[in-house]
Design a protein around this ligand. Sequence first.
Ligand code: ANZ
Ligand code: ZN
Length: 867
Amino acid sequence: MEKYNPKKIEKKWQAVWQKTGLFKGQDFAKKPKFYCLDMFPYPSGDGLHMGHVENYTGSDIYARYLRMKGKNVLHPMGWDAFGLPAENYAIKRGTHPSITTKKNIAKIRQQIKEMGFSYDWEREINTTDPDYYRWTQWIFLLMFKEGLACEDFAPINWCPSCKTGLANEEVVDGRCERCGALVKKKKLKQWLLKITAYADRLLADLKDLDWPENVKVMQENWIGRSEGSEIIFKGIAPSGEKIDLPVFTTRADTLFGATYMVLAPEHPAVKKLVDPKYKTKVQRYINQAINKTDTERTSLERKKTGIFIGAMAENPINGQKIPIWISDYVLLSYGTGAIMAVPAHDTRDFEFAQKFNLPIIEVVSPTGRPCRHLKEAYIGEGKLINSGQFNGLNSRQAAKKITQFLAKKGLARFTVCYKLRDWIFARQRYWGEPIPLVFCPRCKNLIEKSQFSLSKLKKTKSTELKIQDFVFNLGELLNPGWIAVPEEDLPVKLPEVERYQPTGTGESPLAAVKKWVNTRCPKCGGPAKRETNTMPQWAGSCWYFLRYVDPQNNQKIFDEKKIKYWLPVDLYIGGVEHAVLHLLYARFWIKFLYDKKVVPFKEPFIKLVNQGLILGPDGQKMSKSRGNVVNPDNLIQKYGADAVRLYIMFIGPFEEIKVWDEKGIEGVVRFLKRVWNLGLEIINLKVKISSPEEFPNPLREIVETEVKRMLHQTIKRVTEDIETFHFNTAIAALMEYINYLFEAKQKVTIQEAPEMWRENFEYLLLLLAPFAPHIAEELWQRLGFTESIFVHRWPVFNPKLIQEENVTLVVQVNGKVRDEILVPRGISEKKAKEIVKESAKVQKYLADKKIKKLIYVKDKLINFVVE
Ligand code: ANZ
Ligand code: ZN
């Protein structure tokens, strides 16, 4: 018999599917639409890794399943090709990133095609294509014109190895998310996108999303909303002048316990307050602190450092004078950059007070009585003590009352703080979208001389202002000199350069391309210079899922009708590592585009599923340096794509961590061979349809019903398991089913009942098709079907047919058999008792008798012991 040979069939079907356009999403089709999206890969030089294979196999099963369920499925693929990973790879190779990127894309595309994924390739996009990034720039300008992009000179995260600034989201435990180098602080000119303006909505709308709980929690924590109070302390300068020092606290109830204040070292008030005698020492401390990253500064393990600045502050609640310190554990960028320190009730303050011998006053007690010797901060809530008129109140009431009390004097207010910072949106690197702005000194002059004011502009409800002959948008007014490139001049193309390596000076390599940099101001025509920073790698992925619906449109970003038909994304599958990067940024852009009426929905991804990490055979994270990376190419070569697909789904639950074990793949291959062999047996049977009379077989009827029941149970299991992403158990069900068929074949041969066998086998193929599409399609068409198996409808199970079978229960009274009754399998003792008592034969022996004891052996026997 012909052997199962995936090499022979897989390529063939991939070509046929492609040619017949089987997986095209049909714009505006009447069928219900389903947008099934994968996180698109960046084209790394190492090609596809197992995480991709897992991700894309899962979504492919789902997409193929939904098509068979009658949905119009959009399932596209593209390349996230700008950014650090692609560029770092090119630098290492010494080859221009535009070349390596093209090569890497070609390689990954081929690997993906070899896996037989059902993408609609006509919709392929590439974020480095000028026809694509034209629209990335267009969205950026939309934000700029709304005043959501601002130039800033604050110290930012700087990766000394990648030689670029990084967003906070790209710094993980103080290290560069890409290369792992320790991140430093560096003062640089930056573009910020005001994601903080959307903090509340990004938080509130999480509740409507069908996302894994842990991802929602990560976003929640990242946004970090804190309700509290701002309370104004008065700092006393050496001159005697009093300076307002607002603090942010979530525990206004502890105000009487504030025994000192701490300002962030870079706090602007420090200069005014510092006692001249302390100046040199203070300056030395400040210089040290500003080079440290926020993570380093706030790390709980680090020993606290700090210094008294020689000035006192007044506590507004009781006028008490307390010393003012500076310490790097207070961050300038959070709250007000200053805190009231309450060592009795805050762990960090406690440690600090102990180290520097500062007083500790207990003001909250769980019992309402003071605890004489505090060994650590009591951070819980309780009753107020040592707090004047507020004694006896519980913490929450007290926080409210104290804030209200001070608010009357204008010394406090309720407020909300966020951990979320604005998105640092400029990279000093070559391989990214150019930021479509130019700097014009003449326009800068015009704007600055005009003395325009934002509040006046707001009153006119306009975001534009005419100054002399020129109309400036809000972005231009807020960033004097920066002029938006007109829409019709987009894209601002990335110039071809020979030197693309980062300079490390804080300037992008583009700055050296004088011919490109020097240009004319689109507004006044004067000499101007282009912005030379590029966008971060996350820009292109903020909106790529919109472009898939209309990838070739060269008039508009997309056709609104297509967006309305396909979006939002119904299912998004990808790795959990994007929980606060890509997924937060994309939500932000969509909310902005919604506000601008560019898209008609507020959230891009309705349902999110994260595939679980696949560990190397050694149980460690797969990495090149560990040498435990499994290469999909070799596996496809050796076993075929269907086997790889099945295996990677079979090793464990889709959403959980799994360990790679190549031995398991043999089992999957055995399964495919059994399917193949059974199929050929059925297909090759050349006899005419036989009648039951021809082969009298007493088992035939029983086997037929049993096989049918098993089939319908399998349909139910596989369907439900696909719906819930339990692909591993779906495959297990298919394996059990085929084993069952092989057993049944011993009882009733294919020759004896060719019709039954054929029918059952057709169902098996339909159920197998989403998982192992090539073998299913091959056998399907060999069975004589002329249309693809994927246009055939998904089987529906008949609930009547899978009902649990009945068993015969032997009924005894005092050990004597009185009846045998058919009952559903597995019923409880109580239920059995009820059913059995109905029997007249049994009733006779039980009438008026008291039951002393009941013995029940499930599915077998019930024995009443009566007096
Ligand atoms: C007094 C106090 C007493 C505080 C107490 C806590 C416990 P979350 O919940 O994270 O918002 N804080 C405020 N601004 C800070 C800054 N810029 N750098 C470092 N720490 C800062 O934390 C709010 C609390 O963190 C605030 O409440 C403040 O300490 C501190 F028993 O104020 B608390
Ligand atoms: Zn100008």
